[in-house]
Design a protein around this ligand. Structure first.
Ligand code: AMP
Length: 280
C-alpha cells in the first residue's frame, strides 16, 4: 500500500484535525527512520490500538551530541515507506529540519532527575533534544497515544515523566524490545557493524542476562556487573561505558530488590556504540 507522506506541520494538522473531528483516535510512532522490525512492532501495536496511525521519520539534529554520528545516521525513506505500507500506517510525517526548527526557534524542554544519569551523562543535551522534539510531535499530531520502545529504556522514562509534568493529553505506551535470533536488540546502528562485530555483539545481551540471573540467585550486584563487563571485553568489546543496576522508573542507583530494577548498559564494538537493558 502507498502511504501519504506529509512534509509540513500544516498538512499534518489538517489531516489530524479531520480524524479527530470524525471521533477517531490517533497513535503516533516517532522514529528516525532506517526502519527495522523493532520500529514496525511499535507501528503494529499502534495499528491494533488506535483508529489512525502516524509514523514520524525525522533525524532530529537536537538529540545528536556528536555531529559525525548524525552525518553517519542511515537514511532510507523509500524503503521505510514500503515497510510502513505493510503495517499499514495511515500517514508518514517526514518533515525537513527547517520545518521543525524554523528560524528563531528558541524553546527547549529540559528534564532533571531521570534525564541526568547514564545516557544523559554520556551524551550531554541528548534528552533535551528528545524531550523537545517529542513534545513538538505530540502537539503537531494531536496524538492520543505515543508508542516508544523499551530498547531505549531511559528515553521511555523521560517521555513518561515529561507527559506527566506538562499534563500532555497523551498516553505513552512502552513496547517490548525486538531482538534477532541471537538476542541482539535490533537497532539502526547494527547496520554499521562488520560481520565480525555483528557476530560478537549478542554478547551484550547474553552478559546482561547472565548478570541479572546471578543477582536474582543472590550474587552481589557489584560482582555480577563486574563479571558481565569482563565477559564483554573478552568477547571483543573495545569499551564498556557503563553497566548499571537502577530503579526502573527514576534511573537512580538502587540496591533495593523489592522495587522494580533495570540493568542498563552501553558499550562499543567495532567503533559502534550499542545500548541495551533488561529487567532484574
Ligand atoms: P529510533 O528510530 O532509534 O529513534 O527509534 C524509534 C523508536 O523505536 C524508539 O521508541 C525506540 O525505542 C524504538 N525501537 C528501536 N529499536 C527497537 C527494538 N529493537 N525493539 C523495540 N523498539 C525499538
Amino acid at each position: 500500500m502507498n502511504i501519504a507522506i506529509l512534509r509540513t506541520v500544516a498538512d499534518l494538522r489538517t489531516t489530524a484535525r479531520g480524524w479527530r473531528a470524525a471521533g477517531e483516535t490517533i497513535g503516533v510512532v516517532p522514529t528516525m527512520g532506517a526502519l527495522h522490525d523493532g520500529h514496525l512492532s511499535l507501528a503494529r501495536r499502534a495499528r491494533a490500538e488506535c483508529d489512525r496511525v502516524i509514523t514520524t521519520i525525522f533525524v532530529n539534529p537536537k538529540q545528536f551530541n556528536n555531529p559525525d554520528d548524525m552525518k553517519k545516521y542511515p537514511r532510507s525513506e523509500e524503503t521505510d515507506a514500503r515497510l510502513l505500507g505493510s503495517v499499514p500506517v495511515d500517514a508518514i510525517f517526514a518533515p525537513s529540519v527547517e520545518e521543525v526548527y524554523p528560524e528563531g526557534f528558541i524553546t527547549t524542554v529540559s528534564l532533571g532527575g531521570v534525564a541526568q544519569p547514564l545516557e544523559g551523562h554520556m551524551r550531554p543535551g541528548h534528552f533535551d533534544g528528545v524531550a523537545t522534539v517529542v513534545t513538538k510531535l505530540f502537539g503537531m499530531s494531536l496524538a492520543d497515544r505515543g508508542y516508544f520502545g523499551q530498547k531505549d529504556w531511559q528515553q521511555l522514562q523521560v517521555v513518561l515523566r515529561l507527559v506527566r509534568d506538562l499534563n500532555l493529553p497523551v498516553e505513552v505506551v512502552g513496547c517490548e524490545t525486538i531482538r534477532d535470533s541471537a538476542g541482539l536488540a535490533l537497532s539502526s546502528r547494527n547496520l554499521r557493524l562488520t560481520a565480525d562485530g555483528r557476530a560478537k555483539a549478542p554478547v551484550l545481551y547474553a552478559a546482561l542476562t547472565a548478570a541479572a540471573a546471578d543477582i536474582r540467585a543472590g550474587q552481589s550486584d557489584r560482582m555480577a556487573i563486574r563479571e558481565a563487563a569482563e565477559t564483554m571485553r573478552a568477547a571483543g568489546f573495545e569499551r564498556v561505558e557503563y553497566i548499571e543496576l537502577r530503579d526502573a522508573a527514576t534511573l537512580m542507583p538502587s540496591d533495593d530488590p523489592a522495587r522494580p530494577r533495570r540493568m542498563l548498559a552501553a558499550a562499543w564494538i567495532d567503533g559502534v556504540r550499542l545500548i541495551d537493558n533488561i529487567p532484574v
